[in-house]
Design a binder for this molecule. Structure first.
Ligand code: KIV
Length: 271
């Protein structure tokens, strides 16, 4: 008997295989069944239930108010319809503050249908990554601009410039050493993201990190040109204008990521 897991082409080991074979990974956020189904059927390899939902769905100024219950609700809705894409869900702010909390929240997300959880930051989070991976929970590390650090950072800014570059390289290597199977690099200068991508075995997924990553992710509201109520970052491109429909936008984005035309220099930070 064929099961859902048998027929789903994107698995955690398939991500590293894609990197080894030089195949780009196409990722989008989605928060409900309708968009997720359309992205899944039109070339998206990974769907992220981002805690960005706090800003683009719930209308907050940051991701900090998002709860585990919010994440579970959206994860369930998306998981029901995916036939192809791998489903990654964010551990929201505070849910990864201790190993016990992170394990409890991750179990809820996996039981809701996620296949990997994403954790922002390095430092003590490296121990949390290891704690989860040792308990069979696949983890994606999120480095560079980590929106849950907005209060400490004082805003959403490019990270890894100057002397901070070396620390970011060390953090990426340490996250993979701790067991992360995927690394999201957000708002990082393109040369640094390309260097990290060459240095680590796990695939990197860039957002504002240039063309040298192993894959790309965009927040769906940005890629559909919706006004999020926030300043439009440089790396955002409206694929709905190009694709003509939601399905067409997903196909145009997937093609552009795979053929290397997105992101170009206009949608990246040179330094
Ligand atoms: O929450 C989110 O949507 C994310 C992406 C920006 C990578 O973390």
């Amino acid at each position: 008997m064929s099961t859902h897991a048998d027929s789903k082409p994107w698995t955690v080991p398939a991500l590293a295989q894609a990197k080894r074979e030089g195949r780009k990974l196409v990722m989008l956020t989605a928060y409900d069944a309708g968009f997720a189904r359309t992205f899944d059927a039109n070339g998206t390899d990974l769907i992220l239930i981002g805690d960005s939902l706090g800003m683009v769905v719930q209308g907050h100024d940051s991701t900090l108010p998002v709860t585990v219950a919010d994440m579970v609700y959206h994860t369930r809705a998306v998981a029901r319809v995916l036939e192809r894409a791998l489903l990654v869900a964010d551990l929201p702010f505070g849910a990864d503050a201790t190993p016990e909390r992170a394990l409890e929240a991750s179990l809820q997300l996996l039981q809701a249908g996620a296949e990997m959880v994403k954790i922002e930051g390095a430092g003590f989070k490296l121990d949390i990554i290891r704690h989860l991976v040792e308990r069979e929970i696949p983890v994606c590390s999120h480095l560079g601009l980590t929106p849950q650090s907005v209060l400490r950072l004082g805003g959403f800014r490019v990270q890894g410039r100057g002397e901070a570059a070396e620390q970011l390289r060390r953090d990426a290597a340490a996250a993979v050493d701790a067991g992360a199977a995927l690394v999201v690099l957000e708002c990082v200068p393109s040369p640094l993201a390309a260097q990290i991508t060459a240095e680590i075995a796990a695939p990197t997924i860039g957002i504002g990190a240039g063309p040298g990553c192993d894959g790309q992710v965009l927040v769906m509201h940005d890629f559909l040109g919706l006004d999020s109520g926030h300043r439009r970052p440089k790396f955002v491109k409206d694929f709905l204008a190009e694709g003509g429909s939601i399905a067409g936008a997903a196909r145009a984005y997937a093609d552009a990521v795979r053929n290397g035309s997105f992101p170009d220099a206009d949608h990246a930070y040179a330094q």
